[in-house]
Design a protein around this ligand. Structure first.
Ligand code: NAD
Length: 428
C-alpha cells in the first residue's frame, strides 16, 4: 500500500531506470517497459446482506505480455492504491522473466476489507470483478491468482463466474485454485518454500550452515508461515515473527530467543495470518512492539508482510549480525534504505527473485490445468526447487561477474529477456 510520501510505482520505476541506464536501453523500449501497457479501472456494485448496495473500486493492470499471458494476483485491501497495483504488475513481469517462465506481468485488486464482509458478500464481489473483465482476461491473455487477503475460495468463485459467462470449462484461467478443483499440490507452500530455497543457496555462498543460523520474519501469512516451516525443518531457528492485530489495529512481534515452535504458532493463527496473543503468551512467547522483528540479533531477516517496511527511519536499527535479507514480500525495502544497504554491502535476495516460487508454481498449475493431468506434490516441489535454484545461481553469477548488487543483477537478466521479446515481436 502507498503511505505518506512513499509511492511503490515510483520505487519500481526508479529501480527499472537505474538498470535500463546501465544496459543503455533505447528510448522506445525504455518508455514501453517503464509503464503498464493496459489498465482497467472499474466500479463493482455489490448487494450487501442487509439489503443495501455498496460500490467497490476494482482494478486490473497488465504491465507487459511480450513473453506470454499477463500473470499476477488479486489483492483485497482497504489501503490498496492504483500505484501499488501498477508497481506490482511491473514486478510480476520481471519476476516471470527472472525465473524464465513464459508469462508476462499483471496485477489486480479491489479496495475492500474482506474481514468486514460476509462470505456471500465476498462471493458477489469476486463475481462482480470477473463480470467487469471477462473479455479482457483469460487463459491465453491474463491469468489471475490469489494475493494478500484472497485465497483458493475466491479464485474458484472467480473461475465459476468466468465459465458461466464463456460457457465451458477453462481451469487455466486462474491459479491458486483449491486442490481437487484444478489447483496444484504444493501451491500453498510454494512462495515460502521458494524463498527458503534461495536462502539456502545464499547461505552456501556466505559459507554458512543453515542449522547454525537464526532468522526474524515480518508477517505470518502464507509466505511467512511456509518460509518459517521449511527453514526450521532444514535446521534454522526462527526467533521472531510479526503480524497485524485487527482488534488493536496495530502489529506486534512474537519472539522467543530459543526459537519459536512453528507448528504450535500455526495452530493459533487465523486465516488472515494474525496470531492469538493470549495463546502465544501462555506458550512463553514475548509480545513486542511492531518494529521489534527488525531489531533482532539474527543472521537473516525475511520481510514477508507488506511493501515499504524497511526505510531510512529504521534501516540503522538492523543488527550488525544480519548478513542476509531475503525479501519475501514485494517491495519491502524502499529506495533510500536500499541505497544504504547496497553501500553497506548487505546481501539482499531481491523480491522478484526471492518470492518467485508462487508464480512458478502457478505456472505449473496452469500447465497441469491445461493438460487436465495433475502431478504428485513431490514432483511439483522438485521442479520448483530446480527452477528457483537455477535462477538464483544465474543472478548470483551475473552479480559476481559484473560486480553488481543482487537486485541490479536480477534486473539485468529480466530486462534483457523482456526487451529481447518486445524487439523480436517488432513492437519497438
Ligand atoms: P497474507 O495476507 O497471507 O499475510 C500477510 C501477513 O502480514 C499477515 O500475517 C499479516 O498479519 C501481516 N501483516 C500485515 N500488516 C503488517 C504489519 N504492519 N506488520 C507486520 N505484519 C503485518 O499475505 P501473503 O500472501 O503472505 O503475502 C505477503 C507478501 O508477499 C505480500 O507483499 C505479497 O504481495 C507477497 N507475495 C505473496 C505471494 C503468495 O503466493 N502468497 C507470492 C509472491 C509475493
Amino acid at each position: 500500500m502507498a503511505n505518506g510520501s512513499y509511492n511503490p510505482y515510483e520505487n519500481a520505476q526508479a529501480q527499472f531506470d537505474r538498470v535500463a541506464n546501465i544496459l543503455g536501453l533505447d528510448d522506445a523500449t525504455k518508455s514501453l517497459l517503464r509503464q503498464p501497457m493496459k489498465e482497467y479501472h472499474f466500479t463493482i456494485p455489490v448487494k450487501m446482506d442487509d439489503g443495501s448496495t455498496k460500490v467497490f473500486n476494482g482494478y486490473r493492470i497488465q504491465h507487459n505480455d511480450a513473453r506470454g499471458p499477463a500473470k499476477g494476483g488479486i489483492r483485497f485491501h482497504p489501503q490498496e492504491t492504483v500505484d501499488t497495483i501498477r508497481a506490482l504488475s511491473m514486478w510480476m513481469t520481471w519476476k516471470c522473466a527472472v525465473v524464465d517462465i513464459p508469462l508476462g506481468g499483471g496485477k489486480g485488486g479491489i479496495i475492500c476489507d474482506p474481514r468486514n464482509l460476509t462470505e456471500n458478500e465476498q462471493e458477489r464481489l469476486c463475481r462482480g470483478w470477473v463480470r467487469k473483465l471477462a473479455k479482457d482476461v483469460g487463459p491465453f491473455s491474463d491469468v489471475p491468482a490469489p494475493d494478500v487477503m484472497t485465497n483458493g475460495k475466491h479464485m474458484l468463485w472467480m473461475l465459476d463466474e468466468f465459465e458461466q459467462i464463456h460457457g465451458g470449462r477453462y481451469p487455466g484461467f486462474i491459479t491458486g485454485k483449491p486442490v481437487g478443483m484444478g489447483g496444484s499440490l504444493g501451491r500453498t507452500e510454494a512462495t515460502g518454500y521458494g524463498l527458503i530455497y534461495t536462502v539456502r543457496e545464499a547461505l552456501k555462498n556466505l559459507g554458512m550452515k543453515i542449522e547454525n543460523t537464526s532468522a526474524s520474519i515480518q508477517g505470518f501469512g502464507n509466505v511467512a508461515q511456509y518460509a518459517a516451516k521449511l527453514y526450521t525443518e532444514l535446521g534454522g531457528t526462527v526467533v521472531a515473527v510479526s503480524c497485524w492485530d485487527n482488534t488493536d489495529k496495530k502489529a506486534y512481534t512474537f519472539a522467543k530467543k530459543s526459537g519459536l515452535d512453528i507448528a504450535a504458532l500455526f495452530s493459533m493463527t487465523d486465516s488472515f495470518g494474525s496470531i492469538d496473543k493470549d495463546k502465544a503468551r501462555d506458550m512463553g512467547i514475548e509480545i513486542l512492539p511492531e518494529g521489534a522483528w527488525l531489531e533482532q540479533e539474527v543472521d537473516i531477516l525475511m520481510p514477508s508482510a507488506l511493501e515499504n517496511q524497511i526505510t531510512l527511519e529504521n534501516v540503522d536499527k538492523i543488527s550488525k549480525q544480519v548478513l542476509l535479507i531475503a525479501e519475501g514480500a514485494n517491495g519491502p525495502i524502499n529506495t533510500d534504505a536500499d541505497e544504504k544497504l547496497r553501500k553497506n554491502g548487505m546481501f539482499v535476495i531481491p523480491d522478484f527473485l526471492a518470492n518467485a516460487g508462487g508464480v512458478t508454481c502457478s505456472y505449473f498449475e496452469q500447465v497441469q490445468s491445461n493438460m487436465n493431468y495433475y502431478w504428485e506434490k513431490e514432483e511439483v516441489l522438485h521442479k520448483l526447487d530446480y527452477q528457483m535454484t537455477t535462477s538464483f545461481k544465474a543472478v548470483k553469477e551475473t552479480a559476481d561477474k559484473n560486480k553488481l548488487y543482487m537486485r541490479d543483477a536480477a534486473y539485468v537478466i529480466s530486462i534483457n529477456r523482456v526487451a529481447q521479446a518486445v524487439k523480436m515481436r517488432g513492437w519497438v
